[in-house]
Design a protein around this ligand. Sequence first.
Ligand code: MG
Ligand code: MG
Length: 257
Amino acid sequence: MLDGRSSQVILKSPAEIEQMRAAGRLVAETLQELAGMVRPGLRLSALNRHVVEKYGRLGVVPTFVGYHGFPHAICASVNEQIVHGFATDRILEDGDILSIDHGATVDGWVGDSAITVPVGTVSAEAQRLLDVTREALAVGIDTARVGVRKGDIGAAIQAVIESAGYGVVRQYVGHGIGRAMHEPPSMPNYGRPGNGMIMRKGMVVALEPMATIGSPETVELPDGWTVSTKDGKLSAHFEHTMALRDGEPADVLTAWT
Ligand code: MG
Ligand code: MG
């Protein structure tokens, strides 16, 4: 998802990044809880309900609800679904993989993160897809430093995914994040080293590689939101929100503790 109306990057001060940490921590904590709930027989709607009830108690805004009309607090995308799936009454089955994407707004700042988790016992092929996509995000995070170019980050993510024989989804990309969930710049999961804008201190971005076992071509389902692989093969998605700082690796605001 990307609005991209403006090309203006909004740099954050150290104090603002500290404020963003609260949203990041809450998103991480909530995703961890949701991952712990996932098992065969669970309805996707139960995951959504957990978030809605928790945030109701906390007085926190689940960022996705109402975002361009999106109806749920999480995106729940099963198997060949890549992103933006609905948290319906669908029942998870042993061997499924489930991508959970989640955002929260705390004191006006947004955190955004996603994981893909196995449901019960999954195939070796599915597990490898999860491992490779998680590794692609880790390499992207390690590459995202002040002074590198945007294309360096995309190329690093792309290399991990493609060297494993998987596809990199092109239509959906990472993004800047702050008081809005989607700010400039877009952060593609592909690119050419040495190309694109130079990453600066105070940039806060969400990197979110989406990898496919088969072709990375996508199709949108009739619900107007859910994005699936065109060939019906499995897809995985991992995402973290991070702040860039001088001389150090990125500060991952949605890191699990
Ligand atoms: Mg997300
Ligand atoms: Mg995102």
